[in-house]
Design a protein around this ligand. Structure first.
Ligand code: ADP
Length: 893
């Protein structure tokens, strides 16, 4: 602007005003934080030229003609003077397509631009982003200068860019749970925005480094970068890179990689070579840290001339690493959670299976579980336990009393006492008791509990199991019953009595009802025993039986068992079965009243034919008979059959014996009279012959007389037997000289034998009170036997003794003797060692029987000692002071 030397007051006021305005302008420019500038073109630019020409012209001739300090500072200077005169191309790099675009837009938009961004380099080579407002001064179709302002929005812009970048990274991070994929994508984002070469590695679960992503803006260099990594990673002196990051957990920064630096860090020539090949310029690295744990590392490398990492960059990538680490950790946590969830699910499935198995095992073993909190009096029951107690699921009240109420009244006290007693010495209590189920059935329970105590040894909790052992206990009861029944059956041959006793024994321990039916000779069914614990019920059952005798044509039940000889078992009795069995309504009512639960019928046999049956019925106790019960029942029937058979056999033998005895009795009686007559007539004839001295006749008649005597004795003996049998043997008591009686008897017998000498040794010197004739008969029996059974011997010794109020007689022979097993039996009726048909030693086997009876009736004893081939000795012992023995001795069967 031209200046005048002189001026009017107006002029000077105007001048002053102008000056002031100029000062204000200068102050404004100087004070402004925006860059204010003026570019001049050394040669004006025609607006008519093509855009390209205008563009080239601008880049060639534009220079900074004026600016403020703020502008200078934007380019790394302090004062405007330092930058004024600078070429446009120094500031606005023409190789940057953005800058070309910027100038082009200026030209095409009528040399005016608002808020347009440029990327420019400062004095230090740092890139700045400016927001520009400018206007070109067009005069006569030519532009020679432009005014403008600019604001440094680098920071803001960078921030925006980085935010956008972080956004992108975030999107990637959340897009996948596969961290391999995610990190690869992130590496791709980092190159080239943040680095030309990027590497991400993580530490795996084995603590070894696992490189996950590597990216280079020039893919051909990735292998080279790989080589670099491989060659330094294991070097102990390596000071930078992933291994150090992982080790130290601290971010690393090398703003500029220089030869000096490489040397300083003792880098090997090989590594230097690769560094050069890659063209590394700047480097930074950050560890990936999550929850205070180093889980990986990232490195960023620049190969660009103008990209040198700063602390700010490091801060940014630290933030980036932080996010990545968090995400990686979240992924890990998520995966772990997933894994845990899967495991838990698996555990849940397994647990369910286990529980199922346990439940099945409990069910199969009839095993229930309980847990009793003794302080709170709360009991937990398993479903199976409720089943054992016959209660529907959840039906058991959860207290001890509820349980105790179910124990059989007879077992309650003992169970409680045993439990308390056992607790004094053990933590493990085992009990056996009965319970009554709500339906009235009785079950046996085995209970085993583990009891827990407090510090004062007060029981606080009891956990354990209950097992239904009814079957086992019933088996024991059954076996005991069988043994008892066996004893009863063997105790008498009157089977009707014994079976009635068995019936009594059977109820209620093996059945509530017990009945025995036998077919009589005519084939009619006779109920010989019926048992129930309540006698009034037995009466009632008998009446019903009379009213409704079994239908012998029925295809089931008792008649059918009798027909087939096969047992029947009905574990359950259904309503339908009852209806089928009932004859009429009343009968149905009757059998319903019994409350049948289970029935078994087993046949009784005689001579392999079914002759009866035993019926077991369960009603009140609701027991269900099992196969095991049936086996016991069959065994009982088998034993009862044997008893019946024995009784029947015995009875028929007994009948035969009675018949024989009757015959003997009648026959001997009938023979007595004619024999007496024969004896008298023989005597008469003998006298006659003696008068006529008919020697021949005398001899014959003597023989005949002897035979008649023998016959008389025989008949006498037979009569005695009959008398003993019927209990009619009579004794005539008198006191006599015992020794004299012996001598007289021996004298008579001595006459009858020529071979044997009968020797009497000793004497009793006693008188004896008894039947003299019968005791003499015993003596002659013994001596006759001694003679008979010692055909080769020559003597028989009769020894008399008296000691302690006892008279003793021993008859000893030196004959054939006998084996030990016969010694007791020879006193039985008709018993003979050599058999009934023996011709050498004929006999009937009745002598000793009668002798024994006579001695017994005198309160004495008769016995024998003998050795085969050596001889026998028979002993009689008679008491001098006899106790009154009953006149009629009981039958000995
Ligand atoms: P019997 O002699 O008529 O057969 P007993 O009742 O007198 O009948 O004797 C029974 C059995 O005892 C005889 O059959 C015989 O086998 C045996 N016995 C009796 N006395 C003697 C004896 N002294 N020596 C050997 N056996 C004898």
């Amino acid at each position: 602007m031209p200046r005048k030397t002189t001026s009017t007051p107006q002029q000077s006021t105007a001048h002053e005003t102008l000056k002031q305005s100029e000062e204000r302008y200068k102050a404004f420019i100087a004070q402004s934080t925006e860059g204010i500038w003026r570019f001049e073109l050394e040669k004006p630019l025609s607006i008519k030229w093509p855009v390209k020409k205008q563009l080239d012209h601008t880049f060639t001739y534009a220079y900074l003609a004026e600016c403020n300090d703020a502008m200078a500072k934007m380019y790394g200077y302090t004062k405007a003077e330092e930058i004024i005169g600078a070429r446009l191309t120094d500031m606005l790099i023409p190789s940057d397509p953005n800058n070309v675009e910027y100038i082009k837009t200026f030209i095409t938009s009528n040399y005016k631009l608002n808020d347009m961004e440029t990327r420019e380099i400062d004095k230090h080579g740092n890139i700045h982003i400016f927001e520009n407002n400018l206007v070109g001064i067009v005069e006569n179709g030519f532009v020679s200068r432009a005014w403008g302002t600019q604001r440094d929005i680098t920071k803001q812009k960078l921030e925006e860019e980085r935010q956008a970048f972080l956004e992108k990274v975030n999107n990637k991070l959340v897009s996948s749970l596969d961290h391999h994929v995610t990190l690869k994508e992130i590496a791709q984002l980092i190159v080239p925005y943040l680095a030309d070469y990027c590497r991400i590695a993580v530490v795996d679960s084995n603590n070894s480094i696992k490189e996950i992503a590597v990216n280079h803006k020039d893919p051909t260099k990735v292998t080279l970068a790989q080589d670099l990594y491989e060659s330094y990673k294991d070097l102990p002196q390596s000071t930078y890179g992933i291994p150090t990051l992982l080790r130290k957990g601290k971010p690393e920064l090398i703003p500029e990689i220089t030869d000096k630096l490489l040397v300083k860090h003792k880098t090997t020539p090989e590594v230097i070579k690769i560094v050069k090949q890659i063209g590394l310029k700047s480097y930074m690295g950050v560890p990936l840290i999550a929850r205070n744990k180093i889980i990986g590392a990232m490195t960023f490398s620049s190969v660009q001339e103008d990209r040198f990492y700063t602390k700010k960059d490091l801060q940014f990538v630290t933030e980036l690493a932080h996010r990545i680490a968090l995400t990686l950790d979240n992924i890990r946590l998520f995966k772990e959670a997933q894994e845990e969830l899967r495991e838990r699910e698996q555990i849940a499935v397994n647990l369910q299976k286990e529980e199922e198995r346990l439940r099945l095992a409990q069910e199969a073993g009839h095993l229930g579980v309980f847990d009793w909190d003794m302080l709170k009096d709360q009991v937990q029951w398993s479903t199976e336990l409720e089943k054992i107690y016959g209660i529907k699921q959840g039906g058991l009240k959860r207290s001890y009393n509820a349980f105790n109420d179910m124990i059989h009244p007879e077992d309650k006290k003992l169970t409680a006492k045993t439990f308390n007693d056992k607790l004094k010495t053990t933590d493990n209590v085992e009990l056996e008791f009965r319970i009554i189920r709500p339906d009235g059935s009785i079950r046996w329970i085995y209970s085993k509990a583990q009891v827990f105590f407090d510090e004062k040894r007060r029981p606080i909790r009891s956990v354990g199991i209950n097992i239904d052992i009814t079957e086992r206990m019933q088996q024991q009861v059954n076996l005991r019953f069988l043994a008892e029944a066996g004893k009863i059956l063997g105790s008498s041959l009157n089977y009707e009595t014994t079976l009635s006793q068995v019936a009594k024994l059977a109820v209620p321990q093996v059945a509530d009802w017990f009945g025995i039916d036998i077919l009589d000779e005519k084939g009619n069914l006779k109920q010989i025993a019926v048992g129930h614990k309540d006698p009034t019920k037995i009466k009632w059952a008998r009446e019903m039986r009379k009213k409704y005798p079994p239908d012998m044509n029925s295809p089931r039940g008792l008649p059918y068992v009798l027909k087939t000889g096969k047992s029947e078992l009905y574990p359950f009795i259904t309503e339908q079965m009852l209806e089928m069995t009932a004859r009429d309504k009343e009968h149905l009512k009757y059998i319903k009243e019994i409350g049948l639960t289970s029935v078994m019928i087993v046949p009784l046999f005689a001579e392999k034919k079914p002759i009866g049956a035993i019926t077991f019925v369960s009603s009140e106790t609701k027991r269900q008979f099992t196969k095991e019960d049936l086996a016991i029942a069959e065994e009982l029937a088998h034993r009862a059959s044997l008893a019946i058979e024995n009784a029947k056999l015995y009875k028929s033998a007994q009948d035969a014996i009675t018949l024989r005895d009757d015959f003997i009795s009648v026959a001997s009686h009938e023979l007595k009279t004619p024999i007496t007559s024969v004896k008298i007539f023989t005597q008469v004839l003998l006298k006659h012959a003696e008068l006529n001295s008919d020697e021949k006749a005398i001899k014959s008649l003597n023989k005949m007389d002897k035979q008649v005597d023998k016959l008389t004795e025989l008949v006498y003996n037979l009569l005695n037997i009959a008398k003993i049998q019927s209990g009619r043997m009579e004794f005539s008591k008198k006191t006599f000289d015992f020794d004299q009686m012996v001598h007289e008897s021996v004298d008579v017998l001595q006459h009858m034998t020529t071979k044997h000498q009968l020797i009497i040794v000793g004497k009793t010197n006693k008188t004896f009170t008894g039947d003299e004739d019968r005791i003499g008969q015993v003596l002659s029996n013994l001596i006759s036997n001694a003679i008979k059974y010692s055909p080769q011997a020559e003597k028989v010794v009769i020894t008399l003794t008296a000691k302690n109020d006892q008279i003793g007689v021993a008859v000893q022979d030196y004959g054939i003797g006998m084996a030990k097993q016969h010694l007791n039996k020879i006193f039985n009726r008709f018993y003979r060692v050599s058999g009934a048909t023996d011709k050498t030693f004929p006999g009937l086997g009745i002598g000793l029987y009668i002798s024994d009876e006579i001695i017994k009736r005198h309160g004495g004893k008769l016995w024998a000692e003998s050795k085969p081939g050596k001889g026998s000795t028979f002993f009689i012992s008679l008491p001098l002071s006899q106790k009154e023995t009953s006149e009629v001795l009981p039958h000995t069967l």
